[in-house]
Design a protein around this ligand. Structure first.
Ligand SMILES: Nc1ncnc2c1ncn2[C@@H]1O[C@H](COP(=O)(O)OP(=O)(O)OP(=O)(O)O)[C@@H](O)[C@H]1O
Ligand SMILES: [Mg+2]
Length: 241
């Protein structure tokens, strides 16, 4: 990467443990502004931990993280970040519309009404706009959580398994929406086919270590014979020990 390209997300030598469990071990990567990356790895690999560190919900034991040059827990970083947590739960006692309006207002969105209407339509939530979140299906709750993560047009978008619970037409809508955003993105997933739909680049993580960082095209070039790309991924993960 040329030194003239500014990194919007940077992790250097990051280590994070929970008690005796080492969740991340000496992780370094740099995402240039405007690029979209998938963070791919099996269950327990450290994807959610990585995103929580980037958004400032956890602090690294060692190493540094910068979001457009800011400390992740600073208000400067928070104002430009949009984050979808794993198993996100919006305010259950508010309606879908109230959640959108409330978060838009808190996030300083200028035209709260316009943003609310747009997300109600784009994610097919209009028929549920008056429903309390506690009564929504899990998929519709996930659609709302995605809207809440994006409503303030964040410059840096971090989404933890955004397609969980979503039906196929809604997944297609979310792919389209994410591609249309003018932002730097990291989207975690454990499903390679989702990574290939979302991004051109992948950081692959296994047991807390980065085992691959590069383009999906390069990954495809490692295919042997007729094997699917999933086999290449499995090999890289296994070889990593
Ligand atoms: N709050 C916690 N307390 C103790 N250990 C934790 C905690 N959160 C995560 N871990 C451990 O850290 C490691 C990484 O977990 P993490 O949730 O980051 O993985 P993940 O890649 O997001 O997995 P998944 O695909 O299942 O969501 C795992 O070994 C997990 O058991
Ligand atoms: Mg996770």
């Amino acid at each position: 990467m040329s030194s003239s390209v500014q990194a919007c997300i940077e992790a250097k030598f990051v280590t994070k443990s929970y008690g005796k469990t080492v969740a991340l071990d000496d992780v370094s990567f740099s995402i240039p502004c405007g690029e979209r990356y998938a963070l791919l790895g099996p269950n327990g690999a450290g994807k959610s931990t990585t995103l929580k560190l980037l958004v400032g919900l956890l602090k690294p034991d060692t190493g540094t993280i910068r979001i457009s040059g800011y400390e992740p827990f600073s208000s400067d970083a928070k104002s430009i970040l949009g984050y979808l947590p794993e198993d996100a739960t919006p305010y259950r006692t508010l309606s879908v519309r109230e959640n959108l309006e409330y978060i838009a207002a808190l996030r300083g969105v200028k035209d709260v009404r316009e943003a609310t209407e747009r997300f109600l339509d784009d994610l097919s939530l209009r028929e549920y706009e008056r429903a309390k979140v506690g009564k929504l299906s899990r998929g519709n709750m996930q659609k709302l959580a995605i809207a809440l993560a994006l409503i303030h047009k964040p410059r840096i978008v971090l989404l933890d398994e955004p397609l969980n619970y979503l039906d196929i037409p809604t997944q297609e809508r979310v792919f389209k929406m994410l591609k249309s955003l003018d932002s730097t993105q990291i989207v975690s997933t454990h499903i390679m086919s989702i990574a290939t739909r979302l991004t051109e680049k992948v950081i692959m993580i296994s047991r807390g270590r980065i085992v691959w960082n590069g383009t999906i095209d390069t990954l495809k070039s490692l295919e042997q014979g007729e094997e699917p790309i999933e086999s290449v991924v499995a090999r890289l993960m296994t070889n990593a020990g």
